[in-house]
Design a protein. Sequence first.
Length: 751
Amino acid sequence: MKQHFVRIGLGLLVLAVFLVHAAEIFNVRIITQLDAIIYDARVRLTMPGKADDRIVILDIDEKSLGKLGRWPWSRDMMAELVERLFTKYGVLMVGFDVVFAEPDVSSGIRSLEKLAKEGALKDSEQFRAEVEKLKPTLDFDARFAKAIAGRPVVLGYYLSSEERAEKSGALPPPVMPAGTFKGRTIDWFRWNGYGANLEIFQKAALASGLFNPVVDLDGVVRRVPMLSEYDGQYYESLALAMFRALLGSPNLEPGYPPDRFLSRNYQGLEWLEMKANTSAGVRTVRIPVDKTVSALVPYRGPGGAKGNTFRYISLSDVYEGKVAEGDLKGKIALWGTTAPGLLDLRTTPVGEAYPGVEIHANLLSGMLTQSFKERPPFTLGAEVLLLGIGGLTLALLLPFLSPMRATLVAVAGMVLIVAFNFLVYSQLNLVLPLAASLLMTAALYTLNMAYGYFVESRSKREFTALFGQYVPPELVDEMARDPSKYSMEPQAADLTILFSDVRGFTTISESLSPGDLASYINDYLTGMSAVISKNRGTLDKYIGDAVMAFWGAPVPDAEHARQGVLTALEMQRVAKELNEKFRAKGWPTLKIGIGVNSGNVRVGDMGSKVRKAYTVMGDPVNLASRLEGRTKEYGVGILVGEATEKVVKDVIFKELDRIRVKGKNEPVAIYEPLCLEADADKKLKDELKIWRDALKAYRAQSWDQVEMNLLNLQRMNPDCYLYEKYAERVIQFRKNPPGPNWDGVTTFDEK
């Protein structure tokens, strides 16, 4: 009982560590990393993988850079592209995942103005007049501003977290004024500067939005802030700005759960809300956010032009008019880049070189379909509660369970945790942490198993040292529950013994190098030993390439004969698998002979003062060895003695002969086990019936009947050596009849 209390105390300490992590008092990085890996796997497994035809990506790709020049292009060209998108192709909206922070001086207008004011031509009225005439055509910034003015164009810009970040361009009006979240504790990302568009563009555009993603500690983009706080004001993301523009620019409102459901101290902002006027009435739209006011990106599939999630159209094709008009009509277009040189490729859960513009496309698609997964702030409290309940239950329960039951409880707990987590994820769209629960369950289980092993299992380890070299681990475990019932002292017992040997091993060894031979025999012995162990056998010894094993001791087994026969059948199957491996390496294949017999023997720790071994002795052991040696005489892989055959009821046996082996006067029937009765087909049963008739006629010396039956059998199974052997015997007996007192027994003088 004392040990149980120690285990419980250690379990509670483990629980405390995970609760501290879950409550974000201290971050255990490996748990966070594992949670991220699990989340990414869930995204990949559940993403729809279907294209959203409402959204296209206008791509500044390598092809565009090659044809239209390096980025940034002149605003004159940009204006022409924008006008063409709306007038010729009829796009619904254009959003820019690029920022226009610097004026375009490529037209030379600035140089002409300088000449007119300060240069040699400053006194020329005519020159100044010409410059004024040229301004409208050479002021490319003004032309671009004119192209986007009055059209559904949303510009992008960014905030910077660098300590001495610059402030360039003109910020748009905040989507929410200062004081909106007064009294609420929200984990805003901190920004120190911004890179925005020129004021002329900002005033002309319908809206502007941030394209900053959240890059997690492992460098993966899983979230994008929907709102960002800067200098006390609140600014929306690019995808949200485009979505609001599509809805007619409704007001954005913060969403808080009713106080009746949660603690009054709960400050969490759980969603952003808009009320849009539609033909069906007022529609309320919600965007779920986490504690940093970020939304999980609802990735639809692998990114890029080959990902088939969004259609990519090269801007050079737009400029050259190669795009079919129907491909863009009524579409929401996002202008971005996949060119590696423009440095907008991100690592995401679904791709390591994912175009940044497609992140915003996925967000916009999620807003249109309202298909977001949620990780609201209250999930922190939910995880702490679930960890506390589950961890306390396991910490109190596992110390009182046996290893097997503890394993079942731990596995069942993990299955329930995963099932509940996936159910909440798939049905309620809630993303709950999973790694801490799984690791805590594994840690509590491991703690209890380790404590039991190192502190409570000395006697078991001693027992294992005694019997472990002979007996499979599961039998050692069974014996260790009551060691007093088992002893290595010699005793009489009914057992089943198995011998196996490789035929022609000398030839095999001569064809292999010493290193290959070692690998060959190791693979063979390992495979055979595994089968014996699997079937609860006791491995007696290796004799070169031979294996000896027995069943029924040290743990009594009423099914010892059946276990021995099934082991022999499986060993032959494993030998065939090994031959495939050996053949692939250019090694010779092997054939093994196996003898199985049952009977009363002496079993125990026997030997000399110098060396002892847990082994078996007696006539049934010798017969098993002789049977193994006779397998090649009958062209079979296994021979079983009649003492074994009599007690195994669910295996199909084929009687081969009655033999008298060297050292024994009494003959014994020998059998070949074929398969389980349940696996025998009609063809096999028909063949056995004819064979029994042939064997009966053979012992009655009815040679004509034997030959007729053997002829039928050879037609049914032409590869069977046994039928050929008996046909030869009949020929000999016709020449030299055995006489009326012949008992039908075959005598072998050699071992």
